[in-house]
Design a protein around this ligand. Sequence first.
Ligand code: PMP
Length: 400
Amino acid sequence: MLFDKFQTMADFQAELAERQVTPFGAVTEEILSATEGIVEGHRVILAGTNNYLGLSYDPRCIKAAQEAAARWGTGTTGSRLANGSFAEHQALETEIAGFYGVDNAIVFSTGYAATMGMCSTLAGPGDVILLDADSHASIYAGVRLSGAEIIRFKHSDPDDLAKRMRRLGDRAGQALIIAEGIYSMLGDVAPLKEIAAVKREYGGYLLLDEAHSMGALGSSGRGAAQDAGIEADVDFTVGTFSKSLGSIGGFCISPHAELEAIRFCITAYIFTASSSPSIIASTREALRIIGEEPERRTRLWDNADRLYQGLKALGAKVGPTASPVVAVEMEDRSQTIDCWKALLESGVYVNLVIPPASPSTNFLLRNSVSAAHSTEQIDRIVAAYASLKDAGLLPTSRES
Ligand code: PMP
């Protein structure tokens, strides 16, 4: 039967309903600030938002959105090709290109459309794509659609990438390499210096998804490539407005003038409505703010460090280094669900991540830190994990 393949999901949903947990359908009943809300009746610290710079509640962004809605209306009601671009869209394209110091930019309606659209369009039948095995779903969706030959290299392993490039022989020069800046689930940063070195040795093109690293890394917030000093090696940078910029939408920037021709070949750009002007206006304001207020990045990393060190001191299984995404590794599905629920009840909302959304077979409680968190809020998050530990629920590493 057509629906048979959904039975596993239906069984899982039934299990969650029986245990009275709603990790994937949790309703936020109220937002109190960039870091607090009421979720499923609990007043919580929001520690799973990706709101890295806390801009979703910035009064300047809200004002820009309100004024744009009053001036341009609530929606564009069509795609940019069919209905024409609003001046706001073009202004944002100019500004995002300027932010990255390049001439070419495309604004998309979501980050997913940006990544999926670029990955599905840049390479086609006869081409080769080499992608990191832990790539985001939008990258996988794009490369599958492209019709290109797909080769996965081991996660953040430049030697494995080099080996596979070597095997390609002459074809390596035309290959598209895809990596991310900060990986969304474990918060690790790609070894971009080494990946860029492989590209320099074998040729090819590099597309980087900076969804989680734009705003968080780099001297002016351009992301992991800026931080690693390899921006000149990146051919296409894709990213999102839904994280550090606190709105929704996506972008691709490139030093290649061909991006303008590519724009009109991307179905995820052509056949979907463009973002509403209020979204674009708040994004423009947020982009201006991240350029002018680097102290937000400092605050983000102070908070990331504090959360990471606090969880590590408890013996929680965290990654090797601090990051705005701090993932706590759990042992199995049932335990992850129990801990997620216990955290919610003690006033902390985090993301529950289970396969296939997590890389490999990891069960994770994923915390994301914001510059808007106060030190006291970070300490309360750590205290909530300490309570889990006291209750014997939190798996700890052997040394602790
Ligand atoms: N790329 C990566 C690496 C992501 O993590 C995400 C979203 N989590 C996206 C793209 C899609 O962005 P958006 O949710 O803004 O559509």
